[in-house]
Design a protein around this ligand. Structure first.
Ligand code: NAI
Ligand code: MG
Length: 353
């Protein structure tokens, strides 16, 4: 038996998360059968609905249950009535930090057959990757609030940038740019944020010297946001801190035409822990339960998982099928202007695959 086996943790989560993971699994099984890759799955009901029932998004030993898996595929979490910081700090952030998934990778492509809201974003021209630092930076627990309710009430939140943490994500980004044969753009704001961002810039220059074949530049985050809109085709690899990368990657997903297509990978590049793959979109309570969610974000995330697990040809089969579905058919879910259900859209993709 020459089949490679992978053990995958599935966390559907809430809302459409549970509607887009089964299509991703169908695609994995189909492409796996062709490439001699077998998958076994373990499903977890960790979600806001579990939080409402049991008072926690996941059990205390949640990370231990995931530790021996080869990868994690997550749908989305978020449920009306449960504050968003509960789902974020109760599930996503513990997994990202506990498994040292310090790279958040978001590819952006304008596919033929999908209309970008931007005139400047022609299909085929826009094809870049945002590399977001995923475990430190602005999203820190350090800080506090004083004098609640008084006129002198105050809040302080400290951003944390470490030499080790910034260096490792920059090295990942420079190596990715080298593999893609492209350039690297660093998002900064060292004119306004006078401690952490000059430190970030110094480390970028230091790592650039260690990767002399990669050309690079840097842009202040405000100007960079404008350029994402005015000239998205000029980018190849964009590296950014946790907050800047979060904002840039949602902006970029919108530039690409629909948030329903955008994928993300939370990577532990050393592979000491499982990495986690998830569509960029949330649980979409406005359309949940109707069977009309676009499954492509989850399916493309599964393709990123195949790539990470060492199967780039299988991953390319999936992204090629997505491109063919959008370019050669007019089957579309509602977010892309069509009337197809999730199942019909997935069925057409599976035929192309
Ligand atoms: P959202 O991404 O769930 O929805 C935004 C809009 O896009 C909605 O109109 C929705 O119907 C549409 N949409 C999103 N994905 C779609 C898909 N696959 N197919 C078709 N249409 C799609 O973002 P929103 O509304 O801000 O958040 C809803 C909940 O999801 C909140 O509780 C939020 O905290 C959570 N959320 C969770 C994320 C995660 O699990 N990583 C990421 C973003 C939001
Ligand atoms: Mg975001």
């Amino acid at each position: 038996d020459r089949t490679t086996r992978h053990h995958i943790a599935l966390i559907p989560g809430d809302g459409i998360g549970a509607e887009v993971l089964p299509p991703a699994r169908q695609v994995l099984d189909a492409v796996g059968a062709r490439h001699g890759i077998g998958f076994s799955y373990a499903s977890y009901d960790w979600s806001c609905e579990r939080y409402l029932r049991e008072g926690a998004m996941m059990p205390d030993d949640g990370l231990d249950q995931l530790r021996d898996k080869d990868a994690i595929l997550l749908g989305a979490v978020g449920y009306p009535g449960v504050p968003d910081h509960v789902s974020l700090w109760g599930l996503l952030i513990p997994i990202r930090r506990g498994f040292r998934q310090y790279v958040n990778l978001r590819p952006i492509r304008v596919f033929e057959g999908v209309e970008s809201p931007l005139r400047a974003a022609a299909a085929g021209d826009v094809d870049f990757v945002v590399v977001r630092e995923n475990v430190e930076g602005e999203y820190s627990e350090i800080g506090g609030r004083l004098n609640r309710g008084n006129p002198e009430e105050m809040a302080v939140q400290e951003a944390v940038f470490t030499r080790a943490g910034v260096t490792r994500v920059l090295d990942f980004a420079f190596e990715l740019a080298a593999r893609r044969g492209g350039t690297l753009t660093s998002a900064t704001k060292s004119n306004g944020i006078v401690h952490t961002m000059p430190f970030w810039d110094e480390l970028v220059a230091e790592r650039a010297a260690a990767h002399p074949r990669v050309s690079w530049d840097q842009e202040h985050i405000d100007a960079l946001a404008a350029k994402f809109v005015l000239d998205p085709a000029r980018f190849d690899v964009v590296v950014a801190s946790n907050l800047f990368g979060d904002i840039l990657s949602d902006l970029a997903a919108a530039v690409a035409g629909s948030i329903g297509i955008a994928p993300a990978a939370n990577l532990n590049p050393e592979r000491a822990f499982p990495s986690m793959f998830e569509p960029v979109h949330g649980s979409a309570p406005d359309i949940a339960g109707r069977g009309i969610a676009n499954p492509l974000g989850a399916i493309w995330s599964a393709a990123m998982m195949l790539d990470h697990l060492g199967h780039p040809e299988a991953a390319k089969d999936v992204t090629d099928a997505i491109a063919a579905l959008l370019a050669k058919t007019d089957v579309r879910t509602a977010d892309l202007g069509g009337g197809a259900t999730t199942a019909e859209f997935t069925g057409t993709l599976l035929e192309l695959l």
